[in-house]
Design a protein around this ligand. Structure first.
Ligand code: MV4
Length: 447
């Protein structure tokens, strides 16, 4: 087991990882920018190293500073959290070259999944169902027209270096295709320095369902069920739940088993998420994330398994603590992302939190690094906390969520709490009847 882990992140996820380290008796080091000196995780860590000024590029993304902090403190592993360097293959490789363990998959696995064309090719080879479309990159209008005619319109053109919704163009008819292809290519070239694009059938009303997987790096793979992350705005998830209200147990274990087998065959190590669009009873792979995700607590709630403990165990060579048959799904969980934003426009609202009171009681978890009197710096994302509620079934979970939202107090700044208070009273949400466009339509109506 590791002696000392360096946490290369900030905010609620830095605290989340710190808690797991403490439970496992592992010493902790956090690195932070000058804007985060007052952060809770900095206070709670055994050691902290200030690695630079507020801009992420000069601190949380500064590989040399982080490696230096490992050397100075004698950390033997790094947990990257999510965002920042968590899916940076070069970072994983550099740590390996310094004999420091990256708590995550190999640089090569990160690289494969970062290239969305290669990721899709790999998924297909491993028996994962993918969205119909081109087999590789598309360069010529003629090629694009041939593929589009074959799969049928509408089609979507995506950047291979994109992901997470960046660099996509929809073509509804052949007349739209040339412009869509050229725009997609030039935008991809400008944004990512790589203009490779591919084509897929455009699914019009899918849900976003993702499967939590884990590999031990030695040929074993398991799945921890799925999360439904359809409720989003501009590709920012707002509300996530497990299980998906759209799936039955048979569909869950069918797609889960396919994913677990694929992860085993790939020799993948650590936590991963295989993302699907789900429409008319079919799953279509779109991307794989090679990190722990923001919404992992809903999976922890329904499985009772600490996924950060598992990440640390696997990275240290101790293997997974569970076999597939040990993983049972119990009840229902919902996560609300509490952002320091206007609840309607989502404009960031940094500033001082004058009063912070979190709900409690059975089935309630709040992951947050903020406290009364804390000043939210304006340099980073606006997530200030996550409310995760568990119940024996979805109805109980929703009742408990409504009560927890009533108890939650965040004064001094605007937050997304009022949006969630509206959503828990909405009949579509109560019925679990929503797709990836539901929230944006709801917000546009201004209900
Ligand atoms: C799609 C799609 C429809 N059809 N692909 C957006 C994020 C990126 N991970 C993939 N995305 C989409 N890919 C096909 N073939 C619609 C989306 C999409 C979306 C996906 C998941 C969650 C929210 C979304 C919002 C808009 C579009």
């Amino acid at each position: 087991m590791f002696q000392k882990i360096l946490i290369a992140n900030r905010g609620e996820i830095a605290l989340r990882v710190l808690r797991a380290c403490k439970e496992l008796g592992i010493q902790t080091v956090v690195v932070h920018s000058t804007a985060d000196s007052d952060a809770m995780h900095v206070r709670l860590a055994d050691e902290s190293v200030c690695i630079g000024p507020p801009p992420s590029r000069e601190s949380y993304l500064n590989i040399h500073q982080i490696v230096a902090a490992c050397e100075i403190t004698g950390a033997d592993a790094v947990h990257p959290g999510y965002g920042f360097l968590s899916e940076n293959a070069k970072f994983a490789d550099i740590l390996a070259a310094h004999n420091i363990t990256f708590i995550g998959p190999s640089g090569d696995h990160i690289r494969i999944m970062g290239d969305k064309i290669e990721a899709k090719r790999t998924a297909k080879r491993l028996g994962i169902p993918v969205v119909p479309g081109s087999d590789g990159a598309i360069n010529e209008d003629k090629e694009a027209k041939r593929v589009a005619a074959e799969i049928g319109y509408p089609v979507i053109i995506k950047a291979s270096a994109g992901g997470g919704g960046r660099g996509m163009k929809v073509a509804h008819t052949e007349a739209d295709l040339e412009v869509a292809l050229q725009t997609a290519k030039s935008e991809a070239g400008a944004a990512f320095g790589d203009d490779a694009v591919y084509i897929e059938k455009y699914l019009q009303k899918p849900r976003h369902i993702e499967v939590q997987v884990f590999g031990d790096g030695a040929g074993r793979g398991v799945h921890f069920g799925e999360r439904d992350c359809s409720l989003q705005r501009r590709h920012q998830k707002v509300w996530e739940e497990a299980n998906s209200p759209a799936l039955n147990a048979e569909e869950r274990s069918r797609i889960g088993d396919i994913c677990a087998r694929a992860i085993a065959d790939l020799g993948y190590s650590g936590a991963g998420t295989i993302e699907f669009l789900y429409e008319n009873g079919e799953f279509y792979f779109i991307e794989m994330n090679t990190r722990l995700q923001v919404e992992h607590p809903v999976t922890e709630a329904i499985t009772g398994i600490d996924l950060v403990h598992e990440q640390i165990r696997v990275a240290s060579g101790g293997g997974l603590s569970v076999r597939q048959e040990d993983i049972k799904f119990n009840g229902h969980a919902i996560e609300c992302r509490i952002n320091a934003e206007d609840p309607r426009t989502f404009t960031p609202s940094p500033g001082t939190i004058t009063h912070f009171h979190t709900p409690g009681g059975l089935g309630i978890r709040v992951d947050s690094g903020v406290y009364s009197g804390y000043k939210i710096p304006p340099y980073y994302d606006s997530l200030i906390g996550k409310l995760i509620v568990h119940g024996r079934n979805r109805v109980e979970c929703m009742m408990r969520l409504r009560r927890a939202l009533d108890e939650f107090v965040v004064d001094g700044i605007k937050t997304t709490l009022p949006l969630f208070r509206d959503l828990v009273g909405n009949p579509d949400i109560a019925n679990g009847d929503y797709d990836i466009h539901w929230l944006e339509k709801y917000l546009a109506k201004g209900e």
